[in-house]
Design a protein around this ligand. Structure first.
Ligand code: B3K
Ligand code: ZN
Length: 876
């Protein structure tokens, strides 16, 4: 693959106006006829040829203004169709006919088949697998689509925009026509055809227009789409209220398919979803599934304005739509559920995924400068850190001014393909604030480390806070400039209230937010009558690591009294991670470990505090994961030592607070009908948490087995199965439950994914064998992305001891699978391979095994650009 540089961006020589596409669908030989109107761009060279991208296409015919042309006027290779001798100053029509083979398309990019349904995925560069085209996001066109197919096999034929009409040819074939009035880039094109069931509803917009809502699913699964429909209606309403954004077509459709490379896709008016993020009912979906469905339905819907109406000039600007849209879906979920609990989950995820990416060989800026394979840049940095950067703009400006900036953005750039600079300029223009230094967040990779020292002087009533920022070197960026870091904070007094300082010197401090802009900066708070405890980075206002030797008493004070619930969790989490990392050292030195009284008592207090919402208590009770501990330690990782240590700490805590845990487990039993709402889900997660803790002191699987038998919803059933399989592996109870679960859900692949995942993440050396057996079993489907991710992906990504076996067998297994999968589906292979991105922080024995596995992939011959790019960066 060639390296693409942002600095090389040039507009196209030709401007697209309209596109007319006709599909004659056939499983093996689909004919695509494209008629595009375009003109030479003003100022473009009169000699410039028209260069169209293509990939795995069979070219049948080319014509200009209806006159067929031959290879004296065009040339074609496996990447491009280049047409010369085109007119200047007039609009002309290009006709291109291609043949494609949807059934052979295992990459699931372009037009492919899933369970007999035709379906497309075009972002980022899949449209070129359908027809020769200027396949880039700054080429916007108005599309008319005609689909022709066998009528009995394809009663449903859908594309973007509004429905024009359908009809019968009388020979068994039917057609259906669609028109999308909104100019769009090719990556937002979609087509679906097949025999599907539908759930219908309507939404009345703020200007009283009625929009038809349709969710298409496989026949028999209609009832499981009800929650997605509910989430869609709430999303539409929320975008009107929170951002003033109204839907802009007569119809909005979602199609759920069972073979899909990612979560979902925001095609204009026709979102295509991985069915995992549409289908839910209490028997088959966990509360986490419901929350994901809500968030992803919202995310894709919100793209209609942030992504579709205003799109990216080029793929370097991906965060323009993704970071912003993640921020919007986070805000939506926060409004629909509990804001602090949602924020805790976001920060946990950000640290686990983005901080990990940022500290390894795959680190890159939110807006990269170059790429070899754009599919590898749909990352947690672009998405989640991109969202955090948007959140910081909102923090710097304040919410009302942020909204003004968004209004200006929509007004100024509607219908355009724009850049991050255009986006940021809107906020500068409404606020008058210079965001030049702030913009480094888009350009500098790496997680800033802020070192904190604080000192209170009773005599002068001054609280002095010295901060120093350091951004570690990352690939391609050895030195960094100081960033603008907004740190929300409070000085918490004895009674839990926030001290109100008379004056603050040393830098900007506005509305409780400290602006760290220098490399080192000292802020002095004057008029602080008593020694406070410092609560820093409230709500995680900046995505940074803090280094602060704060006393356990101060941390506990914050944990008990901070007015910001998020900060209370953050303090406890900080205490726990410090203690766990120190304990790993003790274990490695041969010592015994136990939790401190401070940590034990704060967990006990939280477990028993009925005034706190259950979901929050469950978050507090969830100790940092083994992966969190590994990340915190950062080098020379021994996954077995971490596992042993964490279990020993949990044992010591559970032993000390067994009574409250038993009470909790008993008090949170389900009564009444299932409801997926956040409060009920919180109660279930607290109950599940109690069961996990108790399993650390139970001397057998009886309690977990009873919980499994009693569970009347998937959240509790899957959790009980997890506790049985992970805490009591090999027990009769665990094996019986695994067998019972398989039998009960054999016909439901999405539930079998949970069964795969639970087994693939059993800690320890023997799990590899189990994964290999499951791959040979009847439920595994080597071409289905969900099956691959739930079995092989979860083993590699979420089983620290099983995957990182000291003998390297886990890595060797993965290397073989990656090469296999890569031959069929490079995107899925590349995604699973990122599980090895932190290999250099392993202890030398494991690191050597990991390296030889990566080298084995490196040397295996024909790799996709996706896997090639990752391997080269990981081995560099
Ligand atoms: N925009 C799509 C992701 C496309 C990934 C292409 N490899 C889903 C989303 O972020 O909404
Ligand atoms: Zn998105």
């Amino acid at each position: 693959g060639q390296v693409v540089h942002l600095a090389d961006y040039r507009p196209t020589d030709f401007v697209l106006e309209r596109v007319d596409l006709t599909f004659e669908l056939d499983p093996k030989q689909t004919l695509v006829i494209q008629r595009s109107l375009m003109h030479r761009r003003e100022g473009a060279s009169e000699q410039a040829p028209l260069v169209l991208d293509g990939d795995e296409l069979t070219l049948k015919a080319v014509a200009i203004d209806g006159n067929p042309i031959d290879e004296s006027q065009y040339s074609v290779n496996d990447k491009q169709l280049v047409i010369g001798n085109l007119p200047t100053g007039v609009t002309f029509e290009v006709t291109v006919e291609t043949i494609i083979d949807p059934e052979a398309n295992t990459k699931l990019m372009g037009l492919y088949r899933t369970n007999g349904t035709y379906c497309t995925q075009c972002e980022a560069e899949g449209f070129r697998r359908i027809t020769y085209f200027m396949d880039r996001p700054d080429v916007l066109g108005v599309y008319t689509i005609t689909i022709i197919a066998d009528g009995s096999a394809n009663p449903v034929m859908l594309s973007n925009g509004n429905f024009l009409g359908a009809g019968d040819y009388g020979d068994g074939r039917r057609f259906s026509a669609w028109y999308d009035p909104h100019p769009k880039p090719s990556y937002l094109f979609a087509l679906v055809a097949g025999d599907l069931g539908v759930v219908e509803d309507t939404f009345t917009t703020m200007s009283e227009r009625e929009v038809a809502l349709k969710i298409y699913v496989e026949h028999g699964k209609e009832a499981r789409a009800a929650y997605a429909m509910d989430a869609l209606k709430r999303s539409m309403k929320w975008d009107e209220e929170a951002f003033g954004r109204e839907y802009d077509l007569d119809i909005f459709m979602i199609v759920a398919v069972s073979d899909f490379n990612m979560g979902a896709m925001e095609n204009k008016g026709l979102n295509v979803f991985n069915d995992k993020y549409v289908l839910a009912d209490p028997e088959t979906a966990t509360d986490q599934d419901y929350a994901n469905i809500e968030a992803i339905v919202a995310h894709e819907y919100f793209h209609n304005w942030t992504g579709n109406r205003i799109t990216c000039r080029d793929w370097f600007q991906l965060c323009l739509k993704e970071g912003l849209t993640v921020f919007r879906d986070h805000e939506f979920s926060a409004d629909q559920r509990s804001r602090p609990v949602k924020r805790i989950a976001e920060v946990r995820h950000l640290k686990a995924e983005q901080f990990a990416e940022d500290s390894g060989p795959l680190a890159h800026p939110v807006r990269p400068q170059l790429y070899r394979e754009i599919n590898n840049f749909y990352t947690t940095t672009v998405y989640e850190k991109g969202s955090e950067v948007t959140r910081m703009i909102a923090t710097l400006l304040g919410r009302p001014m942020f909204r003004k900036g968004m209004d200006l953005y929509f007004e100024r750039h509607d219908g355009q393909a724009v850049t991050i600079e255009d986006f940021v300029k809107c906020f500068e223009d409404v606020s008058g604030r210079d965001l030049t230094q702030f913009s480094l967040w888009y350009h500098q990779s790496g997680t800033p480390l802020v070192s904190v020292s604080a000192n209170y002087d009773a005599a002068s009533q001054e609280f002095k806070l010295s901060l120093e920022q350091m951004i570690p070197p990352t690939p391609g960026q050895q030195t960094k400039e100081p960033m603008h870091i907004p740190l929300a904070m409070g000085l918490i007094l004895e009674d839990g209230s926030d001290a109100k300082a008379a004056t603050v010197t040393g830098g900007e401090f506005t509305d409780g937010v400290l602006h760290l802009t220098e490399r080192t900066q000292t802020f002095v708070f004057e008029g602080v009558a008593n020694r406070p405890a410092l609560s820093l980075n409230r709500s995680f206002s900046a995505p940074v690591n803090l280094h602060f030797d704060q006393s356990a008493e101060d941390i506990v004070h914050i944990a008990r009294h901070d007015s910001d619930l998020f900060s209370r969790w953050q303090a406890i989490n900080y205490l726990a991670i410090q203690e766990l990392t120190a304990a790993v050292k003790t274990t490695e030195a041969g010592g015994d470990v136990a939790a401190s009284p401070a940590l034990t008592s704060i967990l006990m207090a939280t477990a028993s505090d009925e005034a706190l919402e259950p979901a929050f208590r469950a978050q507090v009770l969830a100790l940092p994961t083994e992966a969190d501990i590994a990340r915190e330690i950062g080098s020379n990782i021994d996954n077995d030592a971490i596992h042993t240590t964490r279990n020993a700490i949990m044992y010591s805590i559970a032993s000390a607070i067994a009574g409250p845990l038993e009470y909790l487990h008993a008090m949170t039993t389900n009564n009444g009908a299932f409801s997926p709402d956040a409060a009920s889900a919180g109660r279930r997660s607290l109950r599940n948490s109690a069961l996990t803790w108790l399993s650390h002191i139970d001397d057998g699987p009886a309690r977990a087995a009873a919980a499994y038998a009693a569970a009347d919803n998937m959240t509790e059933l899957a959790h009980a199965l997890t506790v049985l399989a992970h805490r009591f592996p090999g027990s009769n109870e665990a094996e019986a439950a695994i067998a019972e679960f398989e039998q009960r859900f054999a016909a439901n692949p999405l539930v079998i994914d949970k069964w795969f995942m639970i087994q693939a993440t059993v800690p320890g050396d023997t799990t590899l064998r189990r994964v290999q057996d499951l791959m040979r079993g009847s439920h595994f489907a080597p071409n289905n992305p969900n099956r691959l991710r739930s079995l092989i992906g979860s083993f590699a990504m979420s089983n620290p001891t099983g995957f990182n076996r000291a003998d390297g067998e886990g890595y060797r297994f993965l290397a073989e699978r990656i090469v296999e999968i890569d031959g069929r589906n490079p995107q899925v292979a590349a995604r699973i391979l990122t599980s090895m991105r932190s290999w250099r922080s392993l202890e030398p024995g494991r690191a050597a095994h990991a390296k030889s596995a990566l080298l084995a992939i490196d040397l295996s011959g024909r790799l996709s650009t996706d896997v090639r790019d990752l391997i080269d960066r990981m081995l560099k």
